[in-house]
Design a protein around this ligand. Sequence first.
Ligand code: AKG
Length: 264
Amino acid sequence: MAEMLNIDLTDEQKYFYRQNGFLSIPRITTGEEIDWLKTIYDKVFADRTGEEKGFFYDLAGPRGHDGRNELPQALGPDISIPELRESIYYKNAKRLSSQLLTLDQEVHVGGHMIYKPAKYGAETPWHQDEAYWDPEVFSNGLSVWMPLDSVMKESGCMQFIPGSHKGDVKWHRHIDDNPLVHGLVTDDVDPSEAIACPLPAGGATFHHTRTLHYTAPNTTDNPRRAYILVCSGPEEKRDKPAYRPWQDEERQAMKAAKIDVEYL
Ligand SMILES: O=C(O)CCC(=O)C(=O)O
């Protein structure tokens, strides 16, 4: 892992991101690092790392259910595996994100992994990331999404609505209208406008906190392993919190079900 892969964004790529709210690049790390990451990734999902703290759960199923996980997600894998922070992926994601966010300081990074095994799993429905985020602040961030396997529409590559980052946060609801399901969905979207971004393993997409995005269920014979880094600059406090009642609904449902997690 000693080597580095230096990538820079062109002015055209930065302009594309500003206009469309997403960007796709064919490579952000090396094939060697992808092989290393696959071993870590498979162990995280086999061990359900962090489940006792609420860091591992089914994004498309109610908290605490003991059936098949339709959309397993692991939050903060770098908390238990800090070597991930030394990866080429991590370093490039940080550097390229500060270029897109036009920051001259280091970005803060949080990570998560979403797994769609072969011929298995739910869609990740249309949503904007900011719908999940702190309503007390104006966020200033983006997500870097890297597949460890080559991806196309049928295996769950990212799909975006160009320009949707320029609008407000849409109305969201919990999947299945069940506030014990963490995953959110918005119905305020026209999927015919979507642009799909197929990628090789080790490629990446970047998307703004407000860009509408979606991934399909994995109907292929190959797994779809995605490792996502959320990179943010300083946040600005709002005078009045944004109205995101779905977040309170979830908190109340968790309290009523006596489910206590460190992260919501
Ligand atoms: O990997 C997926 O299926 C969805 C990823 C996503 O929604 C995100 O990175 O914000």
